[in-house]
Design a binder for this molecule. Sequence first.
Ligand code: GTP
Ligand code: MG
Length: 331
Amino acid sequence: MDAEAIAVEEPQEEKMEEEKEIRIEDLPGVGAATAEKLTQAGFGSVVSIAVATPGQLVEAAGVSEAAARKIINAARNGMNMGFESGIDVLRRRETVEKISTGSKSFDELLGGGFETGAITEIFSEFGGGKTQIGHLLSVQVQKLKNEKDPVAVYIDTENTFRPERIVQLARGAGLEPEEVLKHIKVARAYNSDHQMLLAEKVEDLIRDGVNVKLVVVDSLTAHFRAEFIGRGTLADRQQKLNKHMHTLLKLADTYNICVYVTNQVMAKPDMFFGDPTAAIGGHIVAHASTFRIYLRKGKKGSRVAKLVDSPNLPEAECMFYITEAGLKDVA
Ligand code: GTP
Ligand code: MG
């Protein structure tokens, strides 16, 4: 059912690459009025122009066909549409850091921990432990070895951030609780627009010199789900969610940040197990996430984490307990 929204949104996929380079106003022959018309018609980004046909721009902005060609060429030239070598990619991968969960089996499942430079989506039913892990990562990120004063940004949409819990987990991790709390920046998001704006503001923190290494969005989808009800609004919702995911992806990519987002799924095991993408936000969220973890309650109060999607790791499961001090492996 999300297919339509995805088709519409596909051109935005690479937007994050270009945004920082040139704006449409920088293209030859695009003044304020033309930029406005292009934006109105859905050509607000350089990438959308780069992949447009001259005819589309003629219609959208009332420019001549020759002018449209010139604009499109400039957009293509201005964009970094090229390739990078495998070595460059490897170098970039070498800067990836891993935030340990404190559980050996969970870390192993993830190839060492939650990665920087990526979005990890975790989904479960209520009470699965998503918020707990968000708290835990906010503490554990501060143990990153190669970072000076790493900071966690916690975008809290459900009012479930608890400093008291951070204190417990900090003690469990052998860290000074007050120091840990000082290195967590919490913002309550009151609606989806606010949530999106907060994610955009993270870049301001970084420019101010804050060494942000973790961004938690808990819950990623709750506001979107509550605000967009009914089929007619689905495309709008997916479009906004897509934009939000790209803000997060850009943060992860540009600043080598670990982005952790939570997503609730309904208790419909029969329907759900066959199709983990039934998580809210569907393919938009799934597609933008590098790692996806499905969390469920196991025997005797344990938790089972299943890695359902990863570019380089096998699909596997692990088990642990949530305890006052942090995560504990099942003996
Ligand atoms: P929703 O946001 O409702 O979808 O749930 P969630 O997935 O965020 O669950 P959450 O992280 O809030 O998990 C709550 C569960 O974690 C509780 O039911 C407890 O089982 C466990 N938990 C929370 N705090 C503690 C603690 O201090 N000690 C122990 N042992 N378990 C805890
Ligand atoms: Mg929660």
